[in-house]
Design a binder for this molecule. Structure first.
Ligand SMILES: Nc1ncnc2c1ncn2[C@@H]1O[C@H](COP(=O)(O)OP(=O)(O)OP(=O)(O)O)[C@@H](O)[C@H]1O
Ligand SMILES: [Mg+2]
Length: 410
């Protein structure tokens, strides 16, 4: 019996040790000698990673000045923050199956050297097209995958070595809902509140308050999560992310699939809850990013393309005002008539987009003075009926225009 007891202890310790050092599909494996090392960051086998030249990380393009400055200031330690990301790279090894007989492996850099910092009380927007690397970055920062190179600190703790302690301080709303089909919304939020250390006396009130904020009070105890609609599940994921009032919250497309009213409710929650914490938000809604984010970065093909406040990006990459005009539908040659009219009123206006009878013109700089804009307004308004104009407007550069101009440049 004594030998059996000793064996059980040895096997138990062995299992715990192997669980920590053998890399699994998710999480970050510890160094085999982690007990003896002060810094047990998992080392990367550099021979697996293609060289910088092979991928031409920085040499084939001019890095945006703000992105470069952010990186240099971080390297020199001139800026701090609750989240500091330094030269983060992620290499995925995927298996491809071109046909049933052959399979081969392909390495792909999803992140190619990302550096930036997020300060306390800030909502940082991570924008980018599909496949840009946004979810990959969030997955690394939340410990789902390890970085291939570079690192990040969250509240001063290194993601490679102190993930267990970081997990207590972060909340995550993943891109795809991860919920238990047979638990109610209240049980989900209680589970996370308890994990984050909310006391038993306070947890019920805390959970119900969060569910009230996301508009799930009525379903809190009467429905299983499998019985919720897609939008309701999304709102539950946000409540789960905020459970325990974590200092840093990651929201990966929190408003996808939400109706306009729920979306606005969620915007209110994010803007009130960002006080005293940092929020990292990814979204495909430029309006949402403009409303909520203090700073924004557009990421494409694993590289930061720009960084700054929404206003700074609009001033830097914007182009002043644009004229949006629709010709009357169903009337022959109305499009031609409208474009002739626009050319007459604003001689050097450039047609930047046309979809059926809708046209977008770039108003040249010499016409952007308020007095000239006023004249354009009155001329179009007076002549719109005889010139076959159905609708028209003049708008300043939106964040969406900035996004399209940056991504289209590629
Ligand atoms: N587990 C994985 N294994 C291999 N490649 C992956 C994996 N996850 C993502 N990728 C690849 O990494 C790149 C970035 O993907 P990621 O999911 O981070 O994009 P995203 O910016 O979140 O896009 P979306 O807006 O569609 O959510 C893509 O090319 C994708 O194919
Ligand atoms: Mg994503």
């Amino acid at each position: 019996i004594i030998i059996l007891m000793i064996q059980s202890i040895v096997f138990f310790l062995g299992a715990v040790y192997l669980d920590r050092v053998i890399p699994g599909a998710f999480g970050i494996a510890d160094h085999p000698l982690f007990c003896f090392k002060t810094n047990n960051a998992s080392t990367i086998d550099l021979s697996d990673i293609p060289t910088q030249d092979e991928y031409g990380w920085y040499d084939d393009e001019i890095e945006d000045t703000d992105v470069l400055m952010e990186r240099q200031r971080l390297e020199k330690g001139e800026i701090g923050g609750t989240v500091i990301i330094k030269d983060m790279k992620k290499l995925y090894n995927s298996t491809i199956l071109p046909n049933a007989c052959h399979k081969s492996s392909v390495s792909q850099f999803a992140l190619k050297g990302i550096s930036f910092a997020i300060q306390d009380g800030q909502c940082f927007g991570l924008l980018g097209p599909n496949g840009a690397g946004k979810t990959t970055l969030i997955s690394i920062l939340t410990g789902l995958y390890g970085p291939s190179m570079g690192t990040a600190t969250i509240n001063g703790k290194d993601i490679r070595t102190e993930m267990a302690s970081i997990r207590k301080e972060i909340g995550i709303c993943p891109q795809f809902d991860i919920q238990w089909a047979t638990l109610t919304p209240l049980e989900h939020v209680l589970f996370y509140a308890r994990l984050k250390g909310i006391s038993v006396e306070q947890e019920n009130e805390h959970a119900m308050h969060l569910l009230d904020q996301v508009g799930l009070t009525d379903s809190a105890t009467v429905k299983y999560s499998s019985e919720l609609s897609g939008g309701m599940r999304r709102r539950l994921s946000v409540a789960m992310a905020l459970a325990g009032s974590p200092k840093i919250v990651f929201l990966d497309e929190p408003t996808s699939g939400l109706d306009p009213i729920s979306k606005r409710q969620l915007w209110d929650i994010v803007s009130t809850s960002k006080k005293g914490r940092s929020v990292i938000l990814t979204t495909h809604s430029m309006e949402e990013a403009d409303v909520l984010c203090d700073r924004i970065s557009i990421i494409d093909q694993g590289r930061l393309q720009c960084i700054g406040t929404p206003l700074h990006l609009k001033n830097k990459f914007g182009f002043g005002y644009r004229l949006y005009v629709s010709a009357k539908p169903g009337e022959e040659e109305s499009v031609q008539m409208v474009s002739n009219f626009v050319e007459k009123v604003i001689p050097s206006a450039k047609l930047v987009e046309q979809f059926q009878n809708n046209m977008v013109y770039q108003i040249p700089l010499e016409f952007q003075h308020p007095s000239k804009l006023t004249k354009i307004f009155s001329t179009i308004e007076t002549n719109k009926t005889e010139q076959c104009i159905e609708e028209w407007s003049i708008s300043p550069t939106s964040l969406e225009d900035v996004f399209i101009s940056i991504i289209d440049k590629e």
